[in-house]
Design a protein around this ligand. Structure first.
Ligand SMILES: Nc1ncnc2c1ncn2[C@@H]1O[C@H](COP(=O)(O)OP(=O)(O)OP(=O)(O)O)[C@@H](O)[C@H]1O
Length: 316
């Protein structure tokens, strides 16, 4: 793999092995003029998003929840929730702890089946489809608790993500000889481009478990993007980040949107949510209590009441 990608393992100061791309990708980027860098970033974006036409269907409803209810025994985690996610937007999904945000993700990605109601992707009900089928249809997600293959390298974690798109498994293809090599080489090239896109290409050959926490979060995003999703769902991607890291993450989420993806973002940090989203949906006790532009949500009395935890008399 190292010959194909041009990666070489070198010990760092602490004696740990980490990776450098030939000549060092970071050094190479630093040597570039602003024009060269812009051109390079455009090339990376092209590899990251090869088949998407950003303008197509922009603003149309991509995913829709229609009266979705999820019950766990006597507990109603989602209560007839309806909203749409528009192509090309960053939609924030917010609400106090236990409001039903993660349940919403789980209902959209096939982890839970709605007790009633429907989830539609491009007007087609997801019905009883399983998780991997929904991934293939174009919904990818990251998790509140990072879930990576710790013993695999960063690059391998992303290559596994590209697997979801191929008719023959990439790992299986490795065993089946030269006719699958091309697909595998493309997957590696795309995975490298994705690592660069999220800003962690310098650690491509490190085991995921050895990466700093912030890198692991970015790796999760790269792996989700590897499935070429129509919709990328991020579940608290900034959890545990300091303000500077949050700022960088906001930049990355915008870059993902600008590259033609649609993003659904669960996030507790209000500053981040207000700063990065195009629209916001607010849940409280499993019900949708507000939907609108960030400025509208910020001033919405029901939302303020939900967050301050005071009784809300007639404010919705
Ligand atoms: N598998 C489950 N079984 C039983 N109850 C569950 C299950 N998953 C979630 N719940 C309950 O459903 C409600 C909504 O939980 P959910 O995790 O969706 O909230 P959330 O808005 O994501 O909260 P947080 O911000 O704390 O992550 C909570 O009361 C939770 O305890």
């Amino acid at each position: 793999m190292s010959q194909e990608t041009g990666l070489q393992e070198v010990p760092d100061e602490a004696g740990e092995e980490h990776v450098q791309v030939e000549g060092g990708i970071v050094a190479e980027l630093e040597r570039m003029t602003p024009e060269e860098r812009a051109e390079h970033e455009a090339e990376v974006a092209e590899v990251v998003a090869p088949d998407r036409e950003i303008a197509v269907g922009f603003g149309e409803t991509l995913l829709e929840l229609r009266e979705v209810t999820v019950r766990f025994g006597g507990l109603v985690a989602l209560d007839a929730v309806s909203f749409g996610i528009r192509r090309g937007e960053i939609l924030g999904l917010i609400g106090p702890n236990g409001a039903g945000k993660t349940t919403c993700f789980n209902a959209m990605t096939g982890v839970y089946r709605p007790t009633s109601g429907q989830v539609l992707l491009e007007d087609r009900p997801l019905g009883r489809r399983k998780r991997h089928q929904i991934t293939r249809l174009g919904i990818a997600r990251t998790f509140q608790n990072i879930r990576l293959f710790g013993e695999m390298t960063a690059l391998e974690n992303v290559v596994v993500g590209t697997d979801a798109r191929h008719r023959t498994s990439v790992l299986g293809a490795l065993l089946r000889g030269p006719r699958h090599r091309r697909e595998e080489a493309e997957a590696v090239e795309r995975a490298m481009a994705l690592l660069e896109f999220v800003g962690i290409a310098d650690r491509a050959a490190d085991k995921a478990r050895n990466l700093p926490y912030g890198y692991q979060r970015r790796l999760e995003i790269a792996r989700a993007l590897a499935t070429e999703p129509k919709l990328l769902c991020l579940d608290e991607p900034a959890a545990g980040f300091n303000p500077a890291e949050k700022e960088q993450l906001m930049g990355l989420i915008r870059k993902i949107r600008d590259d033609g993806y649609t993003v659904l973002l669960i996030e507790h940090d209000m500053r981040l949510v207000m700063g990065v989203t195009d629209r916001i949906v607010v849940l409280e006790f499993g019900k949708k209590i507000a939907e609108g532009l960030p400025a509208e949500i910020r001033d919405n009395p029901a939302v303020i009441a939900a967050y301050l935890g005071v009784p809300d008399d007639g404010a919705a």
